[in-house]
Design a binder for this molecule. Sequence first.
Ligand SMILES: [Ca+2]
Length: 317
Amino acid sequence: MPVYLDCDTGIDDAVALAYLIAHPGVRLVGIGTVSGNTTAEQAARNTLGLLAAAGVDEVPVAIGAHDFLQRRFGSVAADVHGGDGVGGVADSLPAPRREVEPGGAVDLLLRLSREHAGALRVLAVGPLTNLALALRADAELPGRVHSVTVMGGAVDAPGNVSLVAEANFRNDPAAAAEALVAPWPVTLVPLDVTMSHTLDEARRQALLHHSGTVPRLLGEMLDIYLGFYVEVYGDRRCALHDPLAAAVASGDIGTAEVRHGVFDVVRDDGPDHGRVIELEDDGSAGRAGAVMSTDAPVAELVVGRILAHDWPSDPVR
Ligand SMILES: [Ca+2]
């Protein structure tokens, strides 16, 4: 299945990327980046470095929006993901094997939607700015896309960057709102489900001591991420936000409970900024399905696929 990944790479983005590369049924056909955990530019550098470490050189990477629809990008999430987005390992990533695409992420997504019309699965695990800009640029886009899976939002669960808001949606609530009501099949993977799927220190150690370069790099970068989450979980484990969305998009994980509805995201400044709200369904806006629980734990599946993959052990520098 052809997959376009839109991301703000990002430690859990990096785990999701490795999982997608390791999944034999997934063909990663393009990656766009957006600011969020780090800048769109740094996210592209991180992504290209990880692809080089994986020995993958056929996947185009395009830099997308640096700023959000209604405000400028603020600052990187250094306390969660490190100053470089990937827990300090950016400088030890191998040199990129290719240049970024000249046209940017919106052009790349639109081009891929034509090349893989009807089949392209869009997986968005950062702020939804690129998706919103692509929808504005081409209103026919939804008709060419198989499905859209979004990591973001908190439906009933508390937020992770405010009492009520999740980071991707709070960064660009206008873009999230536009993407959720567009006429394409949207599956939302919110904090309600991602917070209950965790990667623990034992699995980090398994990655760290793998012979492959990519798992080792993941093990290294996860150190700071697990450290950040100690105050949340009480021990060294992290939420698998983006990998869970990737496993839902690929069909690896089945969804047990899905809440279908018309969802909006609060754009006003104030305490509810970035909050997901459910609107009355009067037929004027597209519905989305919010995954509230899955039929299996995702950590074993995601880490299992990464550990089982035949990764290069000696990056080309
Ligand atoms: Ca992300």
